[in-house]
Design a protein around this ligand. Structure first.
Ligand code: ATP
Ligand code: ZN
Length: 287
């Protein structure tokens, strides 16, 4: 049916790998991602995975070795890639931040003037400092940036942070955010028509999975006299489903609720007289 498979570049081993594989599996795309594999062909979708270092992904997609890819926005930005971001994927969330040793007495960005800052993101850091008129010595290193001040290599660092625990263990304090980042799906702009069709099917599935992740399915029993207020708490996609229970005076309500703050809503539902509340994960959701 298809001339050739769509090739997607994904991180081989690292912070994005597990979530990327999980995302594709949730799209019901089956493949073998056994250790040390460089490529893998899906057995039920015209897709081929190329397992690469994350830094190489933008270039591979730009050069047409891969057709699309999943990579951190930070990597795209540092590579000055103009690949199109099709979907933000909601995992691999982090920020590129400037951090200083705890004793630094940092007040504002001018305190960095003339200081040496170690980073693997010279372009983004350089631009950030330039826009603020600060001249500092940007020192590019490829890894273990967080130990640079401790070993006397730099006065400050600029590195990716998620929880901040690595900074904390290295006696560093975050003082400026250079950029916020998450994993994104990118695509080459000149896909052939057949490849574009496959990419659209893939994107349809990825969007359905991303959307599902942000929501939960909720069902509960409610006394009929409280139905109004309970319905307002869980308006759902269009409106909740309300069905009578066999027991007189009670109904069953089914709806969809945003995952990020569902606990306060569940508490309110309980306080409104709801019983037998079930909160269930959704695999795929198409609005
Ligand atoms: P590779 O071997 O593929 O070059 P890497 O060591 O450069 O891997 P990882 O540390 O695996 O990269 O991070 C991959 C991506 O995960 C980052 O580019 C970033 O988008 C995201 N990420 C999320 N949280 C963090 C974090 N706390 N530190 C570093 N990266 C993070
Ligand atoms: Zn990397």
């Amino acid at each position: 049916m298809f001339n050739r498979n769509l090739k997607i570049a994904v991180q081989k081993a690292g912070r994005l790998s597990e979530a990327t594989v999980e995302l594709l599996k949730k799209c019901d795309i089956g493949f073998d991602n056994g250790h040390g594999k460089l490529r893998s062909l899906a057995f039920n979708f015209p897709l081929e995975m190329l397992f690469l270092r994350d830094d190489d992904i933008p270039q591979y997609v730009e050069d047409g070795v891969a057709d699309c890819g999943i990579v951190g926005e930070n990597v795209l930005a540092e590579a000055e890639s103009d690949l199109m971001i099709v979907e933000r994927l909601g995992f691999g969330r982090c920020r590129l931040s400037i951090a200083v040793p705890r004793g630094f007495r940092y007040r504002n960005i001018e305190n960095l003037a003339g200081k040496r800052i170690a980073t693997s993101y010279p372009l983004l850091l350089g631009r950030f400092l330039k826009e603020r008129g600060v001249f500092a010595d940007v020192h590019t290193i490829s890894g273990s940036v967080e130990i640079a001040p401790g070993v006397g290599l730099s006065d400050a660092i600029c590195d990716l942070v998620s929880s901040g625990s690595t900074l904390f263990t290295n006696g560093l304090e975050e003082v400026e955010t250079v950029m916020n980042s998450e994993a994104v799906l990118v695509v080459r702009s000149d896909l052939s028509r057949p490849l574009k069709k496959i990419f659209e099917s893939l994107t349809f599935r990825i969007k359905a999975v991303s959307e599902a992740r942000k929501n939960k399915y909720i069902l509960l029993n409610a006394p009929n006299e409280r139905l109004g207020e309970i319905r307002n708490l869980i308006p759902g996609m269009k409106s909740p489903t309300v069905m009578p229970l066999a027991q007189e005076g009670w109904s069953s309500i089914h709806s969809v609720i945003a995952d990020d703050d569902h606990w306060p809503v569940v508490e309110k539902l309980k306080a409104s007289g709801a019983e037998g509340i079930l909160v269930i994960s959704i695999d795929q959701m198409i609005r």
